[in-house]
Every structure is written in structure tokens, then in C-alpha cells.
Design a protein around this ligand. Sequence first.
Ligand code: VAH
Length: 311
Amino acid sequence: KILITGAAGQLGLELTNALITKYGAKNILASDINSKSAEKFQSVKFISLDATDSDKIKELVVSEGITQIYHLAAILSAKGEDNPLFTWDLNMKSLLGVLEAAREYKLKVFWPSSIAVFGKDTPRENTPQNPGMVPTTVYGISKQAGEQWCNYYATKFNVDVRSIRYPGLISYSAEPGGGTTDYAVDIFYKAKENKKYTCFLSEDTRLPMMYMPDAVRATLNLMEAPGTAIKTRTSYNISGISFTPRELSEAIKEHIADFKISYQPDFRQDIADTWPKSINDEVAQKEWGWTPEYNLQQMTADMLKNVKLKS
Ligand code: VAH
């Protein structure tokens, strides 16, 4: 049985649905800190859970017969800068609680890392698996440190913990909350709503991104790969689509000819300027066969078809 933390988040919602399809609703326990999220989970058991409550997690492992945890709860890069110590505390405390539970009860763990682990001294084109990393956000520091903790638990205690460094994720079911790559989701809502968008990154800011179906498939493939294939216990680089706001706006214009974009970079520009432009994912390709499916045009068409306006 699988426990998911942060199940109501952007990644959580889609991954939970994919796990339900794959393993059946009775084998899934969705959790989120926000009890109102319960309404998003009609077909599966939901509990309100603070992911930093390690005693509660252990209790659930025993009472629900949990064998795997997908620990997705975290504060993202932009929001994290509002309160660095709180962000560190939440991101790290929750991960360490999950890793301890995994050690004690021999659980399999999935934990998302991010391209935010990289930093100013990292080569920004075709960023390799293990370059120098000096992250520039507290979120990035927590993901970097988290990767080391995962590797430590895997090598020292034989915990089967697996991780992916996601690029910016683009999806229409749940919105992202507080990331630097959020513009690439927001833009679709604004394009459909009023055909114009003011972007908080400059037009030529190239960042690695990925369409959610690819991210979900990557996660399930990684988790199903034989343990012997998984030689990287920090976290895997995976590559999807790299584009700039201008390139994305041009792809949108192929569908909405009078779409207009303007640029007003804010503090998130400084974060984006330290992140890779493109990712080298040779190691993930070799160890568990990763290949993305969606390109910019396919992702854009699918987003425009599916994005539902809020009002
Ligand atoms: C953020 N989307 O912007 C996240 C992410 C690719 C970076 O982890 O904070």
C-alpha cells in the first residue's frame, strides 16, 4: 500500500491518479496538510496529514500496512524565499521523518528533487549528472541536502529510495504553488482567458521543463525499475523540453493568433538565471531507459485543449 504526502499539489494530484490506475484505489492512501483537499479525492481514502509529523507517519505505516511512501510535500523555490528557515525546516524535517520510517519498516520511497539543486557554478547547457552545485535558493539547498540524505540512507541502511530532479512541470489538473517555473502554466490560463500575459521572467530565459504525462511516466518507470539497475541514489537528471517564454508564446500564437505577451521580470529572474537551460540525462537513459515523449508543440496543443478557466 502506498502513502502519498502532498497529494493535492501539482505533482501529487496527477501522480496519485496514476498510482490509483496502476495499483487500485484500495492500495493508495492520499494525504495533504489541507483537509479541504479531501474533495479532490473521491475514489480513494484521504487523510489530512502534516508531513513533518513523523510519529503520525509511523503510526499510519503500521495501521494501514504502508509499504511505499511517495513524499511530495514541500515548499517550492520562489515561495521558499519568503521564509527560508521555515522552508528548510519543513522540507528537511518531513524528508528525514520519511527516511527514518523507511529504515525502520523497510519501505520503498520516492522523493522529488529538482533542477534547483544546481547553481551559479554549474554548466548551464546540457547540465551533467554530477557537476559542481551551489544552490541559490533555500529550496535548492534543501533538495541538495535531501539528495545526500537519500544517498546516505540507501548506502548505509539499504533503504530503497529513488529520486528524480524534475524540471519545471506543466499541467492543467492542479496549479503549481510558488515556483520559478510557474509562468509556463499560468500563461495558458491567461491566454485562454484574455489573450494576454505578463511574464515574470524575461523573454529569453531558457529553462528545462516537462509536460506532466512525461513526469508521471518517468516516476512510475523509475519506481518499477529493478533495484539492481538503480545505481544513482542521490537523484536523476531527466530532460524534457527546454524553451524560453518567447518560444512558448510563439507556440501559443499558432493556436491563438492575437495572443500578446509582455515581460516584467521580478526576483524570480535572479533565481532562473542560476538554473540550467538544458539537462543531460544520459545516466537516467542508461540506467532505467528514460526518454521523453512530448515536444513544445504537442504540450502546447494539449494544454490549450484541456485548461479549464476558473470562473
Ligand atoms: C520551482 N517548479 O520552480 C519548481 C522546480 C524546476 C524547479 O522544482 O520551484
